[in-house]
Design a protein around this ligand. Structure first.
Ligand SMILES: Cc1cc2nc3c(=O)[nH]c(=O)nc-3n(C[C@H](O)[C@H](O)[C@H](O)COP(=O)(O)OP(=O)(O)OC[C@H]3O[C@@H](n4cnc5c(N)ncnc54)[C@H](O)[C@@H]3O)c2cc1C
Length: 333
């Protein structure tokens, strides 16, 4: 088994990890990023379904901060990101209500993270299909081991997985106070169905519907969204409380329940020809940490970041990742 040495090890190549890597790379610090997924992205997830594409994690992102606005302007100029809707009104993703545009990504949300990874080029070492199974500290730094026995040694560690997963890896190294602060964070699951339709949907313009307080909170037509020109694939999400309630239902029962809701939004001649399922164990934080990151006490440099820190969602993950990189740079110097 080989041993890999790095200054900064980032666990997770989702938005938080990749944005942090960008800031470190700009300052001449080359991080090693590991992710257990088959590709980068984490919850920025797009899946091939029966000749089409479906965003099955994050559906869009909003921009409320000037920091993300600057990045978003660049991504729009690169013709990667586009404005999908202006806000929600009567449950539809249509004209302005809250004044915050909803941005989507050409080719699916995952394309943004692939772009960020390729922009890093050789200024970062990104390894996918690497599942860390243990992380321990000694006086020289961090020692992480993956499921095939490879060892990664780092001076500084940035943890961006959903916090319960991070705690399972490094919880034993923490002070009781830091551990308690992180254990206060809670993250709800999300059950997701993907359906292929032949025919049209009657979902309101521009092809998506949101019912934040319902059991089924989201129905979106990926073809009308623009990411699946060759097949009409619909994404359906159950809300956090309902997902928790029916989490252990058999897959077919969950899909039947979603289908019942979806059928109300099909044109008369349309029919469902295929369906599949994804269970997100950790989808959306319900109790977050009050600060953008947590820098652990009494251990080698260790920072926790992600969408459970201060602001939620994609924007929260971005802002937390940027702050985490700054925390690390300040302390390495
Ligand atoms: C169904 C769903 C719908 C959503 N809808 C929206 C939306 O419309 N708008 C919005 O803004 N946000 C939405 N979100 C939330 C958004 O996707 C997240 O806030 C954001 O992508 C989180 O990024 P992150 O980098 O913090 O975490 P993640 O993307 O989860 O990245 C963490 C990474 O850590 C990796 N990892 C975990 N454990 C290990 C390990 N042991 N070894 C190696 N790697 C590991 C994972 O593989 C993962 O890639 C949604 C999420 C879900 C699931």
């Amino acid at each position: 088994m080989s041993e890999h040495h790095t200054n900064v090890l980032i666990v997770g190549a989702g938005m938080a990890g990749l944005m942090a890597a960008g800031v470190l790379a700009e300052q001449g610090v080359k991080p090693l990023i590991v992710d257990k997924g088959r590709s980068v992205g984490g919850r920025m997830a797009t899946r091939r379904v029966e000749g089409g594409l479906a965003d099955h994690g994050a559906q869009f992102f909003t921009v409320r901060s000037s920091r993300l606005a600057a990045y978003c302007a660049r991504w729009q100029a690169a013709e990667l990101v586009y404005r999908w809707g202006q806000g929600f009104s009567d449950g539809s993703l249509g004209e302005a209500t809250d004044g915050h545009p909803r941005y989507a990504v050409h080719g699916g949300m995952n394309a943004l993270t692939r772009y960020l990874a390729s922009e890093l080029g050789d200024r970062a070492d990104i390894r996918v299909n690497v599942t860390l199974t243990s992380i321990v500290a000694d006086e020289t730094g961090w020692w992480a081991t993956d499921s095939s026995g490879e060892v990664y040694r780092a001076n500084a560690l940035l943890m961006t997985p959903p916090v319960p997963q991070s705690l399972a890896l490094v919880g034993n190294s923490l002070t009781p106070e830091d551990r308690a602060a992180l254990e206060r964070i809670t993250i709800a699951p999300c059950l997701c169905g993907m359906f292929k339709i032949e025919g049209e949907t009657t979902l309101p313009t521009p092809g998506a519907l949101q019912h934040p307080d319902g059991e089924i909170t989201w129905i979106a037509d990926n073809q009308r969204k623009g990411i699946s020109p060759n097949a009409r694939i619909i994404t359906v999400h159950a809300g956090p409380a309902y997902s928790q309630l029916i989490y252990d239902w058999p897959e077919a029962d969950v899909l039947d329940r979603m289908q019942e809701e979806l059928e109300q939004w099909l044109a008369p001649e349309a029919r469902i020809v295929y369906r599949e399922y994804k269970r997100w164990r950790y989808a959306l934080p319900t109790v977050r940490h009050p600060d953008r990151t947590l820098v652990a006490e009494a251990v080698p440099l260790l920072v926790f970041a992600g969408d459970a820190f201060m602001e939620a969602r994609v924007e929260g993950a971005v802002l937390s990742g940027l702050t985490a990189a700054e925390d690390i740079l300040t302390r390495l110097r």
